[in-house]
Design a protein around this ligand. Structure first.
Ligand code: ADP
Length: 193
């Protein structure tokens, strides 16, 4: 059985996490932010160390380790009854993050829609990321050089994922609007799916 999924897509700071959290409290939606799964690892565990090594440089964690961790997370949340694959739509945020990951998840995900949160203004993204650094105490958010590297990684590795899923499934959303308006735009499309 494939997991029915919608993907939140966009550059760091575009608001995927904010939207994902809100969508995740709606019955029959289950939000999974890959970055949060990594951040919940113990910093002194082997994979926790790998995560810090890559994320502190603005780079992606290697694919095999990422997908393995993600599968474990989904299995665990299913086992403890937080995620119900039969009823729930997965709201994925931060995964798949490159074409190789999309390929690895091809037989696992039934992607019904991709919401591409697009900001016209990189300055806006950087500003949001820096504000988040203070609130959430995130290492990778604090340093302008790391932020720029993350934006570059996004352009180079993550953006091609849009093509992988094809035009028909991708819905572009204006990420420069207020969070409530972004949510309204997503829901209007998501409830029909
Ligand atoms: P942002 O969307 O602001 O980049 P995330 O919380 O999604 O923040 O990710 C933080 C970091 O976690 C990334 O820079 C990367 O190092 C790692 N990461 C998250 N998801 C993935 C993934 N699917 N593949 C590889 N690395 C990931």
């Amino acid at each position: 059985m494939k997991y029915r999924s919608i993907l939140l897509f966009g550059a760091p700071g575009a608001g995927k996490g904010t939207q994902g959290k809100v969508l995740g409290v709606i019955p029959n939606f289950f939000h999974c932010a890959c970055g949060d799964v990594f951040r919940n690892l113990r910093a002194d565990s082997p994979l926790g160390r790998v995560f810090i090594e890559y994320s502190s440089r603005g780079q992606l964690v290697p694919d095999a380790q990422t997908i393995k961790l993600w599968r474990q997370f989904i299995q665990n949340t299913t086992r403890i009854g937080r995620f119900h694959p039969q009823q729930d739509t997965l709201v994925l945020d931060g995964i798949p993050r490159n074409v190789a990951q999309a390929e690895m998840l091809r037989n696992t995900l039934d992607v019904v829609a991709v919401f591409y949160l697009k900001s016209a203004d990189e300055k806006n993204l950087i500003h949001r990321i820096q504000r988040r650094a203070i609130k959430e105490n995130r290492l990778d958010d604090a340093n302008l050089e790391v932020i720029r590297e993350r934006l570059k990684t996004y352009e180079r590795e993550t953006k091609p994922v849009l093509k992988f899923y094809g035009r028909k499934r991708v819905h572009q959303i204006n990420a420069d609007q207020s969070p409530a308006k972004v949510l309204a735009d997503i829901l209007q499309l998501a409830v029909k799916k």
